[in-house]
Design a protein around this ligand. Structure first.
Ligand code: ATP
Ligand code: MG
Length: 426
């Protein structure tokens, strides 16, 4: 019978890969906690209308990328394509927003039916950060300062750059949209297919086109910043001053827009030049209108999402995965002969209690000296502890370095933890 395989664009993350995932996730968690952000966990499935009403009916995501299905009650449900909508829904539903400020984060899989390619999958993982109740631009700046710290902690400080823009209020965008459509309509037949379609549905997204001919046309197009309202101009000016003061480098990209309808004022992307077309590792902005749009009271909001697959791909591409993220154990305890099994298990417990940070693996499954030593080597352990008949009789263990040519030593079991503590600290 043919074997069943995974769904295209949905990846298994294998044991060799999880250590680098854990390194990234742990680092993000630590940095977010340094800033006092709280974790929130939402379901992976929401009502389809939540995404239609928030992301926007005529966005790529809602038009062609959502995994939507009917459940057994006939309700239309959707696998979340992003986290902001669900986060707002949950925060509003549980009264986390009214008259309060919140700094929240979440992580988990997101689902979009896109063409799978490097850095683009159908199930992918984001860490999302959402802040509520702060008009900014101080909180916009904090988010960017936080992400800059995160890149440094991950060793990616030199490999990411920040682009920012202001897309103003919806009234300003409406006015600009008319001017842009008027301009581009004269060149309609020179636009790529996607942009022609967007001309009537979502013209601002044309600014985002990767097509060189379209980009050429945009050189002389009206510019969004000429249409910005005074408040957005002021907000953006202060944000830039705060970033300057904090030493966070950026470029202003006047054509930067986002593919989701709920953004306004500040938008930003962290980009790497080392991953080709899928170079955006983190993207976000302000979405002051969304909470009200979903039925809540008007609430200031700003956030971002970072794509874990792209960050990990970047670390691997640049060979920047730290050697600590290798998934190896530190010590492998062997048990030679049946009589050694119980003492080996007990010794493992003693070592784990004494060295809580160390990864201790006790051999299971029997086998010859040679095969056990082979497994010890494959485990990546730096030291093997050998328990055989002689050692058991003497209350000792043989301590064998596996990654250096230091000699093996015979050591009293009671002194083993202390010796290993010193050795592993080297
Ligand atoms: P892109 O322009 O690359 O399609 P986007 O604007 O659709 O990105 P957002 O919805 O803002 O992306 O999501 C934030 C981040 O999530 C992206 O910057 C990227 O790192 C990641 N991301 C988005 N879609 C995918 C995907 N299909 N596969 C892997 N990562 C993704
Ligand atoms: Mg996309």
């Amino acid at each position: 019978m043919a074997k069943i395989q995974a769904i295209r664009g949905m990846n298994d993350i294998l044991p060799e890969q999880t250590p680098v995932w854990q390194f990234v996730e742990d680092t993000v968690r630590r940095v977010l906690s340094q800033y006092g952000y709280q974790e929130i966990r939402m379901p992976v499935v929401e009502q389809t209308d939540l995404f239609k009403r928030s992301i926007g009916e005529v966005t790529d995501i809602v038009e062609k990328e959502m995994y939507t299905f009917e459940d057994r009650n006939g309700d239309s449900l959707t696998l979340r394509p992003e986290g902001t909508a669900g986060c707002v829904r949950a925060a509003e539903e549980h009264g986390l927003l009214f008259n309060q400020t919140r700094r929240l984060w979440y992580t988990g899989p997101m689902f979009r039916h896109e063409r799978p390619q490097k850095g683009r999958y159908r199930q992918f993982h984001q860490i999302g950060v959402e802040c509520f109740g702060m008009a900014g631009p101080d909180i916009d700046a904090e988010l960017l300062i936080l992400t800059a710290r995160l890149w440094r902690e991950l060793g990616l400080g030199e490999h990411t750059r920040l682009e920012i823009n202001s897309i103003g209020t919806s009234a300003a965008r409406r006015e600009y949209r008319e001017a842009l459509v008027a301009y581009l309509s004269d060149y309609r037949d020179q636009l790529d297919d996607d942009s022609q379609r967007r001309l009537s549905s979502n013209p601002l997204r044309i600014l985002d086109s990767k097509n060189p001919a379209t980009q050429q046309l945009l050189e002389d197009a009206p510019s969004l910043d000429d249409y910005l309202d005074q408040e957005s101009v002021e907000h953006f000016r202060t944000l830039r001053a705060l970033l300057d003061a904090a030493g966070v480098a950026y470029t202003v990209n006047p054509r930067l827009v986002r593919g989701l309808d709920y953004y306004g004022k500040t938008v930003f992307e962290w980009i790497t030049d080392s991953l080709g077309a899928q170079g955006t590792v983190c993207a976000g902005g302000r979405y002051d209108g969304l909470v009200e749009q979903l039925g809540g009271k008007p609430t200031f909001a700003v956030g971002f999402a970072l794509g874990l697959e792209r960050l990990i791909l970047l670390l691997e591409t640049l060979d920047l995965v730290p050697s600590s993220a290798n998934g190896n154990v530190d010590v492998y305890v062997t048990a030679m002969g049946d009589a050694a099994v119980a003492p080996a298990l007990a010794l493992g417990e003693t070592l784990r209690s004494a060295l809580p940070e160390a990864r201790i693996m006790v051999h299971c499954g029997g086998g010859s000296f040679k095969s056990q030593m082979k497994k010890a080597d494959r485990s990546g352990a730096r030291y093997a502890v050998i328990l055989g008949e002689n050692e058991l009789a003497n209350g000792t263990a043989a301590l064998k370095p596996l990654r250096s040519d230091e000699p093996q030593q015979e050591i009293a079991q009671a002194e083993l933890a202390g010796a290993l503590e010193n050795l592993l600290a080297r």
